[in-house]
Structures are given as C-alpha cells and as structure tokens.
Design a protein around this ligand. Structure first.
Ligand code: SF4
Ligand code: SF4
Length: 68
C-alpha cells in the first residue's frame, strides 16, 4: 500500500518531504512525487499518513489503487 501525489493539485510547497519517515517523497520534474515501493502509508510510524496531514491542499495525496 502506498500514497501518491495528484500532480494537478500539488503546489510544490515541499512541506511533506522532510516529514516522511521513509524518505519516500522527492521533488520530481514537475511536482513532488512519492516512491511507491518505499511508502508504507506511515504504518508503524504515525497513526495516519503524515504527508496527508501536513499537505495544505485537500485531496492532493491519495491512496494508490492496487494495479490489477
Ligand atoms: S504516507 Fe507516510 S511513508 Fe508514505 S509518503 Fe506519506 S509520509 Fe511518506
Ligand atoms: S505538501 Fe502537498 S502541495 Fe506541498 S509538496 Fe507535498 S504534496 Fe505538494
């Protein structure tokens, strides 16, 4: 399970990046991105995804749907 950043919503404020416990957030070519292979949805570190908590934009960071 992982989260992803909706490119159309992200304003590249960078607030989420330093707070990720697994260092999964990085500044991509256009906006910030999440490495899905390492994002844990903060399981074991926080009660809920930290990036979602700090992001100033609603619905900017959403759960990645499992590829079928
Ligand atoms: S959910 Fe947690 S582990 Fe995943 S990117 Fe956000 S802060 Fe990092
Ligand atoms: S906190 Fe939200 S708007 Fe800011 S860089 Fe992260 S995803 Fe983008």
């Amino acid at each position: 399970m992982a989260m992803y950043i909706v490119a159309d919503q992200c304003i590249s404020c960078g607030d989420c990046e330093p707070l990720c416990p697994t260092s999964s957030i990085f500044e991509g070519k256009v906006v910030f991105e999440i490495t899905k292979e390492t994002c844990t949805e903060c399981e074991g570190d926080h009660a809920s995804p930290k990036c979602v908590e700090v992001c100033p934009i609603d619905d900017c960071i959403l759960p990645l749907k499992k590829a079928s």
